[in-house]
Ligand binder design. Structure first.
Ligand SMILES: Cc1ncc(COP(=O)(O)O)c(C=O)c1O
Length: 382
């Protein structure tokens, strides 16, 4: 009865791991959602917004005050100027923004390139659009990519490259040199870049986030995607946004208007107040996550893994060759059952170099210190 696009739809790896973790009462270092609440000051502004009498449909492209706040923050932080009327769209989380962008750019049979390991919704959006996703591998030991491999993946049907910076699941932060290669390639083959920057505010070791749209040659061909979920530990609200040149904005809005049409009105209103005053909070949150990264990274090494130090996001990957010869799936199951610690196997994030994925597990440090310490105790248990 169902369409081909939903045939063979697999359960996501997060559901698989979460179900097993619940059965074995395992500490979850798996799904990228905090186990602590959204900050009080943010919740207070949200509560007020529900009493502001703005509880009916929001405008299709987003509440004007919120679009102004988004435009303002990109101008202040990066000198980017996105026009409030023609270049900003508020979406139901970055997930919808990714879906809208893929559908806006790719017809059935077209191709889109993603760096692997990738966030799993990229593949799902391509499947729904009927286009083919091709993967270019970020190789161990440091998750760098090879320009030749990138160019080899491009065909006359390639429409876009999707990049996630800082990166989930590796914690990689792309360098200006890498982004310059991306710009050269995008311009050479006339490709659009979909740039998923939801971890923009989680960049460590004194590094600075480089928005793709600020890289020379990319301003006119980049769709920038962001979300309030990660910065504000508020993954339950699903407020995301897209900033892009006017023609690309028209294209994504043509999809958005038939997917959700409009997004939660009062919460957008609240974010129009929250975003402009969030700079100090963002820095503190990032510093706290950096400490937890250092804690978990050190423990992970002591447990016998070989992690790749992340420069951003709240994830990192580690190989486990010294601990087991099993595959990532099998070792994930073993750890949940025998150590009560839940991690995400990496192979579902790979399309071509799946063997690299079989050697890796993803760790997540957006957890309370109590949870991280419990994971340490569990892992050390005989
Ligand atoms: C790389 C990446 N992009 C997008 C999203 C989805 O963001 P949202 O919750 O705003 O839909 C996530 C969430 O885990 C993510 O890791």
């Amino acid at each position: 009865m169902s369409a081909n696009r939903v045939a063979n739809s697999e359960t996501t790896i997060f559901t698989v791991v979460n179900t097993l973790a619940a059965q074995h009462n395992a500490v979850g270092l798996s799904q990228g959602a905090p186990d602590f609440d959204t900050p009080r000051w943010v919740l207070d502004i949200i509560k007020e917004a529900f009493d502001a009498g703005r509880n009916q449909y929001a405008p299709m492209s987003g509440v004007p005050e919120f679009r102004q706040a988004i435009s303002g923050i990109y101008r202040t932080k990066y000198g980017l100027s996105f026009d409030t009327a023609t270049q900003i769209t508020v979406t139901s989380g970055a997930t919808e923004a990714i879906f809208d962008s893929v559908l806006a750019l790719c017809d059935p049979g077209d191709e889109l390139i993603a760096f692997e390991p990738f966030f799993d919704s990229y593949a799902g959006s391509c499947k729904m659009a009927g286009c083919t996703m091709k993967a270019v591998t970020l190789h161990l030991p440091d998750f760098s990519f090879d320009r030749k491999e990138l160019e080899a993946a491009i065909t006359p049907r390639t429409k876009a490259i999707i990049i996630n910076n800082p990166n989930n699941p590796t914690g990689k932060v792309y360098t200006m040199e890498e982004l310059t290669v991306l710009s050269e390639v995008a311009n050479k083959y006339n490709l659009t870049i979909i740039s998923d920057e939801v971890y923009e505010n989680l960049v460590f070791d004194g590094l600075k986030h480089i928005p793709t749209a600020t890289v020379p040659g990319l301003a006119d061909r980049t769709i920038t995607i962001n979300s309030t979920a990660k910065t504000f530990s508020a993954t339950g609200w699903k407020i995301g946004y897209i900033c892009a040149p006017a023609p690309l904005t028209q294209a994504v809005q043509a999809v958005h208007q038939w997917v959700t049409f409009a997004v939660n009105h009062p919460i957008q209103l609240a974010f129009s107040k929250i975003l402009p005053i969030s700079a100090d909070y963002s820095k503190e949150f990032c510093a706290e996550m950096e400490k937890r990264r250092d804690y978990l990274l050190a423990r992970t090494t002591e447990w016998g893994f070989d992690p790749v130090k992340p420069e951003g996001s709240y994830f990192f990957m580690a190989t486990f060759d010294r601990l087991s010869k099993k595959s990532d799936m099998e070792f994930m199951e073993e750890l949940i059952k025998t150590k009560q610690v839940a991690l995400i196997p990496a192979s579902p994030f790979y399309l071509s170099a799946v063997d690299e994925g079989h050697r890796l597990l993803r760790f997540n440090f957006v957890k309370s210190m109590a949870a991280l310490e419990q994971a340490d105790k569990n892992m050390r248990r005989l």
